[in-house]
Write a protein that binds this ligand. Structure first.
Ligand code: IPE
Ligand code: IPE
Ligand code: MG
Length: 246
């Protein structure tokens, strides 16, 4: 047997339908350069723009990005304000360029805690982009998977209390439809840059059979080539969903 065999051909060459990314490492990127953390968030926002456009160009259907978690409010007011300002600016520009970019926007998370201005920009982005058929970007803002699951459980419990539903009628599909991600297929691939190997409360229900890809690259440095590497790794995985492949 040859010692240096060529890599086996990929078992499945198609790109995933849905990629989710935990956009992490902005602060460390800035620190390495002696810059304030907010500078990292700014370059991170640019990296997102580049990746969203690239995702569209390769025909990805869904891109879900973790932009701000329910736990990120623990950070300094200065940092939180800077992140919110960047988001507002990004959304405003996205709305302006919407007809050119044709990206469909959706938001996962409790937007009610955001500024009225940001809520308005978010609503407008969703409304204006509804008909676009390219990639759908799901922006996770003030998102936490436990919060999402709890809300779904409360909604169902309320329906039961009011006699509109029965506990025994709840199915996995029915529960999925009560989550922010209702109607969106589960992520095939979840990418976490920055070297952390944890989920940090991201898509806990939806990730039951997702493939994970971890890389040390910090999010502001994450490029289309990094996305290609993640997709290539995904294409060499064997997804069995608990079954057995011949
Ligand atoms: C991700 O980068 C952005 C948010 C969580 C809002 P971080 O700000 O967490 O960057 P690190 O992890 O401190 O490097
Ligand atoms: C996860 O990153 C949240 C986002 C990237 C928005 P964190 O930086 O908040 O996660 P931990 O604190 O390292 O787990
Ligand atoms: Mg972090």
């Amino acid at each position: 047997m040859a010692l240096f065999q060529k890599k086996e051909p990929a078992p499945q060459r198609q790109i995933p339908t849905h990629i989710a990314i935990i956009m992490d490492g902005n602060g460390r990127w800035a620190k390495k350069r002696g810059l304030p953390r907010t500078a990292g968030h700014k370059v991170g926002a640019e990296a997102f723009r580049t990746i969203a456009n690239y995702a569209k160009s390769i025909g990805l259907r869904y891109l879900t990005v973790y932009a701000f978690s329910t736990e990120n409010w623990k950070r300094s007011e200065e940092e939180v304000d800077a992140i919110m300002e960047l988001l507002e600016r990004y959304l405003r520009e996205a709305i302006r360029d919407m007809d050119k970019n044709r990206v469909r926007f959706c938001f996962f998370g409790d937007l009610s805690r955001l500024s009225p201005q940001l809520q308005q920009e978010a609503r407008e982005a969703v409304e204006r982009s509804k008909g676009y058929e390219g990639v759908q970007v799901n922006f996770c803002l003030n998102y936490g998977a436990r919060d999402e699951i709890l809300r779904a459980a409360r909604t169902f419990a309320q329906a039961c209390a009011e006699g509109r539903a029965k506990p025994e009628d709840l199915t996995e599909a029915g529960f999925s439809n009560l989550l922010y991600s209702a109607g969106v297929p589960d992520p095939d691939l979840i990418i976490r840059p920055s070297g952390e190997i944890r989920t940090s409360n991201f898509l806990l229900w939806q990730s039951a059979y997702s493939e994970y890809y971890f890389t040390d690259t910090l999010w502001p440095d994450f490029s289309p080539a990094d996305l290609d590497r993640a997709i290539d790794a995904y294409q060499h995985r064997s997804r069995r969903y608990g079954g057995v492949k011949p």
